[in-house]
Unconditional design. Structure first.
Length: 224
């Protein structure tokens, strides 16, 4: 279980305090698909980044396996992110100089280095890309792909280390409604098949309806 306890986040512009999150509590259990919805500026992405170990809260704790992840040093926290957490963002963040397959393998290179071939991870990456309909694109570069294809590559990259938690920050924001629905449907299938927990940030209530639980965030607090 991943648990957020009394999460506050405040940013500063000079001496002016700008509170974004104001005491949130959230439990992300195994196998669950959770959506967080709300207007722009409500703090959705900030919450996701805090849960994923990317941005330390001003106050509060994020507990994974009984341990406050922000009580760890940078090396240990980076290891948890790489091993247990996957990320999919609105902007695909693919590396233009690397092929589709190389982009997917990037988190594994960080974790295993030269042992990639020995561990059979390349075959796993090819299997993921096949599942995502990209078998014929493995040697292509990002600028040769459509937006939907690039997002599928980003999903494969987020899944390659078989994370316990997949964090998705507006993953359909740059896609048309039909393609976006396909992407969310795919994430739901993977969640059900693999027992991986998914937390989805979106402003689209139709897509959020696919989740097990929907939290509405407004002015830094949950309103449901």
């Amino acid at each position: 279980m991943l648990e957020a306890r009394d999460i506050h986040k405040t940013y500063y512009q000079g001496e002016k305090a700008i509170p974004v999150l104001k005491g949130l509590n959230l439990k992300l259990e195994r196998d669950r698909f959770i959506a967080v919805v709300g207007p722009s500026g409500a703090g959705k992405s900030t919450l996701l980044h805090i849960l994923g170990g990317l941005d330390e809260p001003s106050r509060g704790r994020v507990i994974l396996e009984g341990q406050d992840i922000y009580g760890l040093n940078d090396t240990a926290l980076s290891g948890i992110r790489n091993r247990s957490m996957g990320f999919v963002f609105q902007f695909y963040h693919l590396l233009s100089e690397f092929t589709v397959l190389e982009n997917v393998l990037m988190p594994v290179w960080v974790r295993l280095g030269s042992r990639v071939r020995q561990e059979g991870i390349r075959d796993n990456a090819l299997g993921l890309l096949g599942r995502l309909g990209l078998s014929q694109r493995v040697d292509h570069y990002p600028d040769q792909l459509s937006g939907g294809e690039q997002q599928r590559v980003a999903i494969a990259r987020g899944l390659i280390n078989k994370p316990e938690f997949l964090f998705c920050d507006e993953p359909t924001g740059n896609l048309d409604l039909e393609t976006g629905s396909e992407i969310i449907g795919l994430l739901r299938e993977i969640n059900l098949e693999n027992g991986m927990s998914v937390i989805l940030v979106t402003h689209n209530m139709e897509l959020a309806a696919l989740a097990d639980i929907v939290y509405q965030l407004k002015d830094g607090i949950f309103i449901n």
